[in-house]
Design a protein. Structure first.
Length: 94
């Protein structure tokens, strides 16, 4: 078995790791939002990952947190978003 690779600091490689950690339907929903060039680049990185060491996964998650910690969570249409998520999760409740 090939030893897991240590990935260099690369935001696209980090994104590839994070996408690969998701369930297929969640990953597909994110990928559907990308522009073709972004999709090509991310797909290339995802294919090139090979075995990923736990430390590289931790680094990808930490990089995501570092880049997003100052952004917070915007309250744009929060009720509509929660309703939509819940409806997708359990169906329409009557």
């Amino acid at each position: 078995m090939t030893a897991p690779a240590q990935l260099p600091a690369d935001p696209t490689a980090d994104a590839a790791v994070l996408v690969m950690l998701l369930e297929e339907s969640e990953a597909a929903a994110i990928l559907a939002q990308l522009e073709p060039a972004e999709l090509d680049l991310l797909g290339e990185r995802m294919c090139a990952l090979g075995n990923v060491a736990p430390e590289a996964i931790n680094t990808a998650i930490a990089g995501f947190l570092d880049r997003t910690e100052s952004l917070g969570l915007v309250d744009a249409d929060r009720l509509g978003r929660v309703h939509s998520l819940m409806t997708r999760a359990v169906g329409e409740v009557k």
